[in-house]
Design a binder for this molecule. Structure first.
Ligand code: BGC
Length: 812
């Protein structure tokens, strides 16, 4: 053998086809005769979830212990790219030490609605922030020889029906809001892999969407890596290979291999497309570390990093009379069951089995504070108990300060489900109010990966939103409460007063076949600043124990520069933010302002620094659907600089030469120009889409491979409807549990194709076809076909397995 790298053309057609799907839950297929190794993948957005046995992709089976870092929502609040790179490096090292060559993260979908069930795993509502932070993670992970896999590409912003939901949106919103973060990641960190989303985008599954994968990702942005499907997210392997989708995960049985071989043989798939995908996998095997490395991990150092990151991500939202930081020896009444059983990560495939875990109750012992006592205040299941309330109030009455632990319950934050509302359980609010009633000032410490409504805010003297702090989250809270760390977290999302203040939430999550992104660009602060709807706390906001002043804005062609001064008496950090607002009239609607630059600034007391933020190529562009390209519109733009999206004291105007958009200004889009997008009529959305609004419902029967299971309730067969009744009851029971049953949520709305895609070869696509006949009412004929398909599928798979093994020199 020569040293030339193995190319697709060195493989037989069967080997090529076999390389495009996983060998099991976490590995690609090796080709021993050519020395092509298998690649091991693990979840890893905020810690490694390496499973050996009990493998599953929903976080149910136990995984090897690993450091549980704060989740992406927390790290988004740091706005600190250096920290994200450090975290990426730590994750990369841990992966390398465990023989993991590809980490399935970071997640950077746009937080379209605060109700998104997986928002805790995502970085921001803004693509500039999400993209830059994700790129920083990727650089760190890949510097350790481990592939990063930014996910989920793209427009995967709701959990309900995620395997069948079709995200319907206009091209401009797609480009400017939902793709820009991915564009930044690809252009600025060159990830070796990317994970396609489960959902469809404008009618085509993301993993086989040529517009997304070939035209944009590979064509425009130059991505040269592997596009891996989300687990069970591949639909048609031939369509995927043709459209730029590389690898189907997990092992879907050998039907995909046979389908790819026949498609090349009968000319429905170009051999060059298959080979391009194979070369992408071969390149990946050369880019990553070998499985065996000598990397060792310093557990203590990684725990310390987790603690620092958690502290940096905490956002101080309120601090009346500067009650924080607490002085040494302050007598603290600690209230709240979550002070004992912390919420520190969300549920689902990202779940990490932590190497250690602290809680507020134990970790206070390491501080100079004096613990006056602990009282649970409310039951962990969210029920109010008068006895617990009285006990908490009594305890607080005898202390200097009450620290009350509040949290979004586990059940409300999970992959596979969206949040039903933004309220905290009443029992927690009752406890907070009972404690406040004692007259002792309350410091509320809120855990959870997103916003909550805060009608109780006035009962607090201070509020820390810790987001989900990972295994060292409790230590980080005390670091901030005692002033060992001056809070530097700034919100990476808008905290609305209530869910209804966000336009997407009017129809969120969509329980239909389509999820219509009617609000267009009006997500988060883009909406609140345009529509004049005041949030509870604006995007970019966060208090510090010191104060900063902004002055002397100067603009050049290429950058804005200004001075930031720490005018308080303690060292601290701020995030200087630059927004752009178009001021000349335009036929193209625009949000009032958009984030185009930021810098984390750390200053000693009294210190000043000059900050320069370059206008990159994204600063003034908009996507012109008439020219199908990015344009800069001629006219005036205001540059706004300051500490958050609602407080931008420095302003200056720039005139830009550019294009004059033609063919815009449809009067049907008036509602968009006025940011009046909460309950838009079909006509306005159709005008934005540039086509009719697609059918919203499933037309079944007849059933097809992508009809969700819960549509079986409409089967013409009484037997099927009767059987489905059991599933429905099981789902209701699962929904009533306090810890989310993700499997049930997954199964209930999964497309029928998961019968063959997610059963590791037990069932074949022909078997799924037989089940569809049963669902369509042809019960007897369908049952007979199912038995035949089951036996035939097993035989065919055994045969293909042997052929692949023989060809590639691996074990059968
Ligand atoms: C999730 C992915 C994850 C994969 C593997 C899926 O359910 O959506 O984010 O990487 O499982 O665990």
């Amino acid at each position: 053998m020569t040293d030339d790298p193995v190319r697709a053309t060195d493989l037989t057609l069967l080997e090529q086809a076999a390389l495009l799907s996983g060998a099991d839950v976490w590995e690609t297929r090796p080709i021993p005769r050519l020395g092509v190794p298998a690649i091991w993948m693990s979840d890893g957005p905020h810690g490694l979830r390496k499973q050996e046995s009990d493998a599953d992709h929903l976080g149910l089976g136990q995984s090897e212990p690993a450091v549980c870092y704060p989740t992406a929502a927390t790290i988004g609040n740091t706005w600190d790219e250096d920290l994200a790179t450090e975290l990426g490096k730590a994750l990369g090292r841990e992966a390398a030490a465990k023989g993991v060559q590809m980490l399935l993260g970071p997640g950077l979908n746009i937080k379209r609605s605060p109700l998104g069930g997986r928002n805790f795993e995502y970085l921001s509502e803004d693509p500039e922030l999400a993209g830059r932070m994700a790129a920083a993670y990727v650089r760190g992970i890949q510097s350790e020889g481990v592939a990063a896999t930014p996910k989920h590409f793209a427009v995967n912003s709701q959990e309900l029906r995620r395997l069948v939901s079709d995200s319907v949106l206009d091209e401009r919103t797609l480009r400017e809001l939902y793709l820009t973060g991915f564009e930044i990641v690809v252009r600025e960190s060159a990830p070796w892999a990317i994970m396609s989303a489960y959902n469809l985008v404008n009618g085509t599954y993301a993993h086989e969407n040529a517009h997304l994968l070939t035209d944009i990702l590979r064509g425009e942005w130059g991505f040269d890596g592997v596009v891996v499907s989300d687990w069970g997210g591949s639909n048609d392997p031939v369509a995927a290979a043709a459209a730029g989708g590389t690898l189907e995960m997990p092992f879907p049985g050998f039907a995909s291999v046979r389908a790819l071989v026949s498609a090349v043989e009968n000319g429905t798939l170009a051999a060059s497309d298959l080979q391009a995908r194979v070369d992408e996998i071969l390149t990946l095997t050369r880019r990553v570390n070998p499985r065996e490395t000598s990397v060792v991990v310093d557990d203590d150092a990684h725990h310390a990093l987790a603690r620092r990151a958690a502290a940096e991500g905490i956002v101080l939202l309120r601090n009346e009379s500067d009650i924080l930081p607490l002085a040494p020896a302050t007598r603290v009444a600690l209230v709240g069951a979550f002070a004992d059983a912390p919420r520190y990560q969300g549920a689902g495939s990202s779940v990490v089995n932590p190497t250690r875990l602290t809680n507020l109750r134990d970790a206070i012992a390491e501080t100079p504070l004096a613990l006056a006592g602990y009282a649970p205040g409310y039951r962990p299941d969210g029920t109010t108990d008068d006895g617990l309330l009285a006990e908490a109030a009594r305890l607080a009455g005898g202390a200097d300060v009450a620290v009350v632990a509040l949290a979004i319950p586990d059940a409300d934050e999970s992959e596979g489900r969206d949040r039903p509302h933004l309220r905290l359980p009443q029992a927690q609010i009752d406890a907070l109010r009972a404690v406040a009633g004692s007259g002792t000032p309350v410091v509320a410490v809120l855990a959870g990966g997103g916003p909550v409504e805060m009608p109780w805010l006035g009962d607090t003297a201070a509020l820390l939103h810790t987001y989900l702090g990972g295994q060292a989250g409790a230590e980080a809270v005390w670091d901030v409460v005692t002033g060992a760390v001056n809070p530097g977290g700034r919100l990476a999302e808008t905290l609305p007063v209530e869910a209804g203040d966000t336009p997407a939430s009017w129809a969120f999550p969509s329980d239909h076949r389509t999820a219509e992104y009617r609000e267009g660009l009006y997500v988060g602060y883009r909406y609140s600043t345009s529509a004049g709807v005041a949030p509870a706390f604006p995007f970019g906001f966060g208090l510090s124990y010191t104060r900063f002043a902004y002055s002397e804005l100067a603009l050049t062609e290429s950058e804005a520069s200004f001075t930031v001064t720490n005018i308080g008496d303690t060292a601290g950090s701020d995030v200087a933010q630059l927004y752009v607002a178009r001021t000349s009239p335009s036929p193209v609607y625009r949000p009032a302002r958009e984030l185009k630059g930021f810098a984390k600034v750390r200053l000693a007391a009294g210190e000043s620094t000059r900050v320069s933020l370059p206008f990159g190529e994204r600063a003034f562009r908009f996507f012109d659907v008439r020219t199908s390209g990015w344009e800069v519109e001629e006219g005036d733009y205001e540059i706004l600089v300051g500490p958050n999206s609602a407080d931008l004291p420095l302003r200056a105007t720039r005139h830009l030469d550019g294009t004059v958009p033609a063919g815009h200004g449809d009067p049907a889009l008036a509602a968009y120009a006025a940011a009046d997008v909460c309950q838009l009529p079909d006509a306005a959305f159709a005008a934005l889409l540039g086509r009719a609004v697609p059918e919203r419902e499933w037309i079944s029967p007849p059933f097809d491979r992508n009809t969700p299971l819960d549509q079986l309730r409409r089967s013409p067969s009484r037997l099927v409807r009767f059987a489905f009744g059991f599933v429905e009851r099981a789902k209701r029971r699962a929904d009533a549990q306090s810890y989310p049953d993700i499997t049930m949520a997954f199964i209930f709305t999964a497309p029928l194709r998961t019968l063959d895609k997610l059963t590791m070869g037990t069932f074949s696509p022909v078997f799924t076809d037989a089940v569809m006949s049963i669902a369509d009412g042809r019960v007897i004929r369908g049952l007979a076909a199912a038995v035949r398909a089951f036996l035939g599928g097993r035989r065919a798979d055994r045969r293909t397995r042997r052929q692949v093994a023989r060809a590639s020199g691996s074990d059968a």
